[in-house]
Design a protein around this ligand. Structure first.
Ligand code: N01
Length: 535
């Protein structure tokens, strides 16, 4: 194992962009090799998503122990999660512990962004220009930049005019934000909005929620991990890893084996009641598969959830606005703790932006078609330019042009790991690979990418390029799986790019889960990596 001490124009072997969940694992893997490597990270600490999204209420909605690393049993024994769904501070502590425990911090240059990366055919290397003006030349470039890391503000005028405090959930400051007695607006009701709204509602003087699309929010059912559970978790470390890595999407939950057509509506409801009492993603991934694929079962489950929302919200005219008109699961559903009860508080109001859209932000507050409301704090929970957004923000130029142009009409890749025309560039968690519990997907992808690089080095190659045929086959597979699904029919989710003005509406996620990705990797290996050109 070796590393380059500083950012200069020496040639290194591998440059990793990002020190979040995937970047840390990638560094751990590189540290087992004799390659020269370095990571650059925009934040002043590690964690990626869990560094930037430090807003009140931010926490896992995958079980903590399913989100953690599995590369070290000692680490798993040394670290104990306090809750089934850990909060952001604990997650950030965990990631820092990992980095220090395995001495990875010294490989990371903090507080710099990669502005551009350009491939040189004569050098067979990438030159990355960093935001501090320095450059790094590297034979291989590995992006660990996440799929939800390019924060996006509402496209309304006046954002800079507001004279109060304004924060984006994905760019939350390290200092404490005091909401006590403040008039607060939250724009956006995705997973971040739902978490922050629930966390601050009791503290504020007034809370106004600006909602464009209501979501199907179901209880997270978080709880402390008992001593007995800790012992069980410690004892089942290997089994848990095997279970997760062979599951559909890297979660502990798996679809019900029962055929709902053989059950009565009462039996289905009884099962759904049990799901609502179960933790996290059970409502989605522990459901009948048919709820996600058949519009009638989907409508029945959605109607069941509607009764739950209406029972929790006292004012039915508010409940009318909170009940989605899309089916459950066609848009990534948030998980909540006390969310719907927030709307029973006298100082909380809900603005339906479909009826009264935001026209502009002013020095004092927010103007909708209904008039102006004044605020001390505006929270933008308005999401991200998802999946390809973080790639578009780096000027990546390969053999025939930029990656942004190459993916302009939609990404095309070999197994989400690489694209033709961009030799020696690999993506960990990027387009057309993700779709599940991110650390498990990224573990799989990271192992694969490092195997491809190792194979190239074993063959004495200095250039590894994804093949066009393999790219066409994987892209066709991604769209084929997605075609006709309830998600594709609705095309409401950020995985289609619909939340980003001007972005081509096309599917950027992957519906085959960890299972599909694993099968593809195995096929590529069995085919002696013919999907890649080594030279
Ligand atoms: O972002 P989002 P997020 N005018 O895009 C609204 C993960 N995550 O940060 O739905 C008005 O879901 C937008 O409205 P609409 C998780 O994968 C996990 O909340 O586009 N409104 C929506 O309501 C999640 O899915 C956890 O109509 C505008 C909201 O802003 C993903 O991150 C916690 C608007 C954005 O919701 C993203 O979640 C948090 C505009 N111009 C996040 N633009 C865990 O629990 C956007 N909106 C692990």
């Amino acid at each position: 194992m070796a590393t380059e001490g500083d950012n200069d124009t020496h040639m290194i072997d591998v440059l990793v962009i990002g020190a979040g969940i995937s970047g840390i694992y990638q560094l751990y893997k590189l540290a087992q090799t004799d390659l020269f490597f370095r990571a650059v990270e925009a934040g002043d600490g590690v964690g990626g998503t869990w560094y930037w999204n430090r807003y009140p209420g931010a926490r896992f909605d995958s079980e903590s122990y399913t989100y953690a690393y599995f590369f070290s049993k000692e680490l798993a024994q040394e670290w104990t999660w306090t809750e089934h769904f850990a909060g952001q501070p604990e997650i950030e502590r965990y990631l820092n512990t990992v980095v220090d425990r395995f001495d990875l911090r010294r490989h990371i240059t903090f507080e710099v962004r990669v502005v551009s990366a350009t491939w040189s055919e004569s050098d067979r290397a990438w030159t990355a220009v960093l935001s501090d003006g320095s450059t790094i030349r590297s034979r291989f470039l590995v992006t660990a930049i996440g799929i939800l890391s390019a924060p996006q503000f509402p496209n309304v005028p006046g954002l800079d005019e507001f004279e109060g405090e304004a924060y984006h959930t994905g760019l939350w400051p390290k200092h404490e934000v005091d909401f006590t007695g403040k008039r607060v607006a939250v724009i956006g009701t995705g997973s971040s909005g739902v978490q922050v709204i629930s966390a601050i509602a009791e503290q504020v003087a007034s809370l106004t929620v600006y909602q464009r699309t209501p979501n199907w929010c179901t209880p997270l059912n978080n709880s402390p991990i008992t001593d007995e559970e800790q012992q069980q978790l410690a004892a089942s470390f290997e089994d848990m890893h095997t279970q997760l890595m062979s599951s559909f999407a890297g979660f502990v939950h798996s679809f019900s084996p029962e055929d709902p057509t053989t059950l009565t509506p009462e039996q289905r409801r009884e099962y759904w009641e049990s799901l609502l009492a179960a933790p996290g993603f059970a409502k989605f991934l522990g459901n009948y598969m048919e709820v996600m694929t058949d519009k009638d079962f989907n409508a029945e489950f959605s109607a069941f959830l509607e009764t739950k929302i209406r029972a929790r919200v006292k004012d039915q005219s508010v409940a009318d606005k909170l009940v989605p008109d899309h089916g459950y699961g066609v848009k990534r559903p948030p998980f909540e703790t006390g969310y719907y009860e927030v709307y029973n508080l006298p100082h909380v109001s809900l603005v339906d932006m479909r009826e009264t859209p935001i026209e502009r932000i002013t020095a004092r507050g927010i103007v909708t078609s209904e008039g102006e409301r004044e605020f001390d704090i505006i929270v933008y929970a308005s999401g991200f330019d998802a999946i390809t957004g973080a790639f578009d923000r780096i000027d990546i130029t390969g053999t025939d042009g930029t990656l942004k142009d190459y993916w302009a009409e939609g990404p095309h890749t070999v197994a989400g790991a690489a694209s033709p025309g961009f030799p020696n560039l690999f993506f960990l968690v990027g387009p057309h690979s993700s779709g599940g519990n991110v650390p498990r997907i990224s573990e799989r992808q990271c192992d694969f990418v490092n195997d491809v690089i190792a194979e190239g080095l074993r063959r004495g190659a200095t250039r590894i390029e994804a093949g066009r045929e393999a790219e066409a086959a994987w892209t066709a597979h991604v769209y084929e799986l997605n075609q006709g699904t309830l998600g594709a029919q609705a095309a409401l989710d950020y995985t289609y790019g619909v939340n980003t003005p001007g972005k081509t509406v096309t599917f950027r996620h992957y519906d085959g889960g960890l299972v599909g990705l694993t099968a593809k990797h195995a096929e590529i290996v069995a085919d002696e990596y013919a999907a890649f050109d080594f030279s």
